[in-house]
Design a protein around this ligand. Structure first.
Ligand SMILES: Nc1ncnc2c1ncn2[C@@H]1O[C@H](COP(=O)(O)OP(=O)(O)OP(=O)(O)O)[C@@H](O)[C@H]1O
Ligand SMILES: [Mg+2]
Length: 334
C-alpha cells in the first residue's frame, strides 16, 4: 500500500489542493462564514455544531477557522477525528479525551477538536461526549459536524452554536469547476460542466472528484464523457431509444440498448430508472392516461424482476418492445 503524506495528498487530489485555506476563500455559506469571522476577530470560539449536506464546506470551514485563528501553526492546536472511524468508538473516545484534557499555552488558551460524522454516534456515546465537552470547556472547543442536526441529542444542540450549511447552488459549483479546470489546463465544454452539476447536485467534493477522474482519462471533456465516467446513464441515450422504439425503429433502439449496457457499462436498474423518469415526464412521448398507467406498471414489474436477478438485457428489450407496440397503436389511430 502506498501511504501519502498530507502535503502529497494536497498535490494529488484536487479536492485537497483546492480546499480553501482561509474563511475568506470559502464559497457561499455567507452567514456562517460571517459569524465564524467574528469569532476569529474576538478570539472567542464557542462549541459549535455544523450541519448540512455532504460536500458543502463543513470540514473546510472548521479547518479554515482554525487556520485564521491560530495562524500558520494551526495544526498544533487542532485534532480532527471521525466518529465513525472503523477502529471503533472507543479509540475515538480515548483520543478525544487525551486531546481535550491537555492544556496549551499561548495567546489563545484553548484548542479545537473537530469531530466529523458526530451523528453516527449512539445516544449514549453522545451523552458521554456532552460530559467531556463540559468538563474541558475552558481548554477545548468542540466543532461537531453532521449531516442532520436532528440526529444530535437535544442537550448538545442546546449547548452549541448551531450552523446550517446550505447546498451549494449550481452557479457556485459551475464557477468553481470552471476555475479549477482553467488552473489545471483541462478542456471542458459548458455542457460538460452542466453534466457534472446534474450528476453531483450541490456536492462540490463529488463534482471536483468527478472533474479530476474525467480529466485523467480524456483530453476533451463533454457531456457524454462525464456521464460515462460517472457510470451513469446518459439521459440522451435513453431519449433516443424511446424515440426510435416508438417510431417503429425497434432494431436501432435495441442496438442502442446493447451499446449502453456493454460500452457505457451502466446497470439495468439505473437504465430503467432513467426510462421511468423520462417516460413519466411526458417530455418525449405523450400517452393517454390509461396507457401511461399500464406502461408505468409494466416498468415497476421489470424493476422487481431485475432486482430479483433477471437478465438486464432481456427485461429492457421487453420494455422497448412494449414502447414499439404503443407506437404502432398510436400511429394506427392517427
Ligand atoms: N463552501 C465551499 N467553498 C469552497 N470549497 C468547498 C466548499 N464546500 C466544499 N468545497 C470543496 O469540496 C471539498 C469537500 O468539502 P468539505 O470537506 O468541506 O465538505 P463537508 O461539508 O465536510 O462534507 P462531508 O459532510 O461529506 O464531510 C473541499 O475540499 C473543497 O475543495
Ligand atoms: Mg466533512
Amino acid at each position: 500500500m502506498i501511504v501519502l503524506s498530507t502535503t502529497e495528498l494536497e498535490e494529488v487530489l484536487w479536492v485537497e489542493k483546492y480546499r480553501p485555506k482561509t474563511l475568506t476563500e470559502m464559497i457561499n455559506q455567507e452567514e456562517v462564514v460571517a459569524a465564524l469571522k467574528r469569532f476569529v476577530e474576538t478570539k472567542n470560539v464557542p462549541n459549535m455544531l455544523f450541519a448540512g449536506p455532504p460536500g458543502t464546506g463543513k470540514t473546510t470551514a472548521a479547518l479554515a477557522l482554525a487556520h485564521d485563528l491560530y495562524g500558520s501553526n494551526w495544526r498544533n492546536y487542532v485534532l480532527e477525528l471521525n466518529a465513525s472511524d472503523e477502529r471503533g468508538i472507543d479509540m475515538v473516545r480515548t483520543k478525544l479525551k487525551d486531546f481535550a484534557r491537555t492544556r496549551v499555552s499561548g495567546e489563545i488558551p484553548y484548542k479545537i477538536l473537530i469531530l466529523d460524522e458526530a451523528d453516527s454516534m449512539t445516544r449514549e456515546a453522545q451523552h458521554a461526549l456532552r460530559r467531556t465537552m463540559e468538563k474541558y470547556a475552558d481548554i477545548t472547543r468542540f466543532i461537531l459536524i453532521c449531516n442532520y442536526s436532528s440526529k444530535i441529542i437535544e442537550p448538545i444542540q442546546s449547548r452549541t452554536a448551531v450552523f446550517k450549511f446550505r447546498k451549494l447552488s449550481d452557479k457556485d459549483v459551475a464557477e468553481r469547476i470552471r476555475y479549477i479546470a482553467e488552473k489545471e489546463g483541462v478542456n471542458v465544454s459548458e455542457d460538460g460542466i452542466l453534466a457534472i452539476i446534474e450528476v453531483c447536485g450541490g456536492d462540490l467534493r463529488k463534482a471536483i472528484n468527478l472533474l479530476q477522474s474525467v480529466a485523467y482519462m480524456n483530453e476533451k471533456i463533454d457531456r457524454s464523457i462525464v456521464y460515462k465516467t460517472a457510470g451513469l446513464v446518459y439521459p440522451e441515450t435513453v431519449v433516443e431509444m424511446i424515440k426510435d422504439a416508438f417510431k417503429g425503429d425497434f432494431e436501432k433502439a435495441r442496438k442502442e440498448l446493447i451499446r449502453a449496457l456493454v460500452e457505457e457499462g451502466v446497470t439495468g436498474g439505473d437504465l430503467l430508472q432513467e426510462f421511468y423518469r423520462i417516460l413519466n415526464s411526458d417530455k418525449v412521448i405523450t400517452l393517454n392516461l390509461d396507457d401511461k398507467i399500464d406502461l408505468l406498471k409494466f416498468i415497476s414489474d421489470l424493476d422487481f424482476r431485475i432486482s430479483q436477478g433477471a437478465t438486464d438485457y432481456l427485461q429492457l428489450t421487453a420494455l422497448l418492445a412494449y414502447i414499439a407496440d404503443l407506437g404502432n397503436k398510436y400511429r394506427n389511430k392517427a
